[in-house]
Ligand binder design. Structure first.
Ligand SMILES: C[S@@+](CC[C@H](N)C(=O)[O-])C[C@H]1O[C@@H](n2cnc3c(N)ncnc32)[C@H](O)[C@@H]1O
Length: 232
C-alpha cells in the first residue's frame, strides 16, 4: 500500500509543486527558514549539510546566504520538487537528488549535518528513514530535524498565526490556516515521535524540545547524535 510520502508527493505534478511553493511564499515562512538556517549554521562552519524533503529548496538558500562555505545537498522523493529546486537554486552550488530517505545512494559517514523541515511526518517507515540518516551521518555528528507536532496548544497557535498573517493578501489569510491545520492533524505527537526514534539507531542519543519558529508554538526540534552514549 502506498505510504504518506508516496501517496502525497511521489507522483506530484509540476503544477502542484509550484502551488506548494506559492502557498509557502510568505514572510512568516521565510522567517521560519531563516531561523532554522541560523540554528544550523551555528552548528557547523563548513562541511556537508543534507536537507531531506527539501521541496523547492528554500532552506538551502537561507543556509547559503548565512554561510556560503557549507556544501549543500538536498533530497526529495518528488521529481517535480527537485526540478523546481534546481530552477530556484540555479545560482548557487548545490547537489539535488530525487529519492526516498528510506534508502539513499550517499556513502556511509558522509554528512556533517543532516536536517529536514516538515517532512519527517510524511516518511514511509520513519524508523528505517532515521536508520538511513544514521548510516550517512559522520560519527560524532548530528541530525537536527524540525517538525510540527499534533498536541499543540490550539488557542496559542491561532493567536500567533493571526499575527503572522497580518499584512498578507486576504486570500492567503483565508487558505493558509486551512492547509496548516490539515497538515497538523496528520503529524505525530511529541510522544509518538519519541516512540519512533526509540525504534531507530538513535534510540539512546536523542533529544526532543518544543520550540517556537516564527513565533508559532507548533515545532519540535529533534536532535539525533550518531555516537552511542554521546549526550545530545
Ligand atoms: C511539506 S513539504 C516541506 C518542504 C520543505 N522542507 C519546506 O520546508 O518547505 C514535505 C517534502 O518532503 C518530501 N518527502 C516526503 N516523503 C519523503 C521521503 N520519504 N524522502 C524524501 N522526501 C520526502 C515531499 O516530497 C515534500 O517536498
Amino acid at each position: 500500500m502506498p505510504t504518506r510520502g508516496e501517496r502525497n508527493f511521489f507522483r506530484l505534478p509540476d503544477f502542484a509543486a509550484r502551488m506548494y511553493e506559492s502557498l509557502v511564499s510568505m514572510n512568516a515562512i521565510r522567517l521560519q527558514h531563516r531561523e532554522i538556517a541560523e540554528r544550523l549554521t551555528r552548528r557547523i562552519q563548513r562541511g556537508r549539510l543534507l536537507d531531506i524533503g527539501t521541496g523547492p529548496g528554500m532552506l538551502l538558500r537561507e543556509v547559503h546566504c548565512l554561510n556560503p562555505e557549507i556544501e549543500l545537498f538536498g533530497l526529495d522523493i518528488s521529481d517535480a520538487m527537485v526540478a523546481l529546486a534546481w530552477k530556484r537554486l540555479s545560482d548557487i552550488p548545490v547537489d539535488l537528488r530525487a529519492g526516498n530517505i528510506r534508502k539513499t545512494d550517499y556513502a556511509n559517514d558522509y554528512f556533517d549535518l543532516v536536517t529536514c523541515t516538515g517532512s519527517f511526518y510524511l516518511w514511509d517507515e520513519p524508523a528505517a528513514g532515521l536508520n538511513e540518516v544514521h548510516r550517512i551521518l559522520k560519527p560524532g555528528c548530528k541530525a537536527v530535524l524540525f517538525e510540527s507536532y499534533r498536541d499543540f496548544d490550539k488557542t496559542a497557535l491561532r493567536q500567533a498565526l493571526r499575527k503572522n498573517l497580518q499584512g498578507e493578501p486576504w486570500m492567503r489569510r483565508m487558505i493558509s490556516p486551512y492547509f496548516l491545520m490539515k497538515q497538523l492533524r496528520i503529524t505525530y505527537t511529541v510522544e509518538e515521535t519519541a516512540r519512533i526514534v526509540r525504534q531507530s539507531r538513535f534510540a539512546h542519543t536523542f533529544k526532543i524540545e518544543t520550540i517556537l519558529l516564527a513565533n508559532l508554538p507548533m515545532w519540535m526540534c529533534i536532535t539525533l547524535s550518531k555516537n552511542d552514549h554521546e549526550p545530545s
